[in-house]
Write a protein that binds this ligand. Structure first.
Ligand code: ATP
Ligand code: MG
Length: 216
């Protein structure tokens, strides 16, 4: 990796009169006091249940960003892909570099409209959930990503109540990220952090196909 921060000198400070500078300093001092007090009031430490949902792009890639952050902290990470089949993705290739620090299972048989076989999809999702539970029980793993599990839940391929109960009962230090559109209400209710990716524009609508390195 090369670090460009040393050479980035694009910030030019604006010029202020001494009065303006003092007002700004006093304002920032008050703001810092408020922020410090707010930060000091937050004392709980816990493994988070995080949901990335919504129609916009970024649910899976944001989860992979968290994986990178966790790896940087020396943690082991588990990833279970519930829906996607044996696609050759950039992320799959990249995690090979981390060896056994990333345990990655791609268990889906592909999209439902590709397999056109409900019994097979259900069996694949149930197997994926078994693997997910094993990873969540592994004390050496601090972050588990259940990619597209929301899709499996939406189609009732998994028992929603049982999944939510298991996620609620996770180890206190385990972070879990669940991705996929149309997150179910009980999962949102159980989660600590829910992010809805909105879609303002997507190149797909303009006829642009999935781009290597950006979408897979
Ligand atoms: P990504 O993996 O890029 O973070 P995602 O996980 O948010 O995307 P999914 O619902 O898993 O999105 O869909 C996977 C694919 O669908 C991605 O290749 C993405 O570019 C595409 N996609 C996401 N949002 C839209 C959209 N609003 N319109 C069309 N295609 C989309
Ligand atoms: Mg996704």
């Amino acid at each position: 990796m090369t670090d460009a921060s040393e050479t980035d000198k694009t910030d030019t400070p604006e010029t202020h009169t001494p009065d303006e500078a003092e007002r700004h300093r006093a304002k920032m001092e008050r703001r810092k006091a408020v922020q410090d007090a707010e930060v000091a009031a937050k004392t709980i430490e816990k493994g988070l249940l995080i949901v990335h949902t919504g129609p916009g792009k970024g649910k899976t890639t944001a989860a992979l960003g968290l994986m990178l952050r966790a790896l940087g902290r020396g943690w082991r990470v588990g990833v279970v892909q519930f829906i996607k089949g044996g696609w050759d993705t950039g992320e799959r290739r990249a995690v090979a570099a981390f060896g056994d620090r990333v345990v990655w299972h791609t268990l889906g048989e592909g999209f439902t409209w590709e397999t056109q076989d409900k019994a097979r999809d259900v069996a694949a999702c149930r197997h994926a959930w078994e693997v997910a539970q094993r990873l969540m029980a592994d004390a050496s793993i601090r972050l588990v990503i259940l990619d597209e599990a929301n899709i499996a839940l939406r189609y009732d391929y998994l028992d929603l109540a049982q999944v939510v109960e298991t996620l609620r009962a996770r180890r206190p230090d385990l972070h879990v990220v669940v991705t996929g559109r149309n997150a179910k209400a009980p999962l949102i209710e159980a989660a600590d952090l829910v992010v809805e990716m909105g879609s303002l524009k997507h190149h797909f609508a303009a006829g642009v196909k999935a781009q290597e390195g950006i979408e897979f």
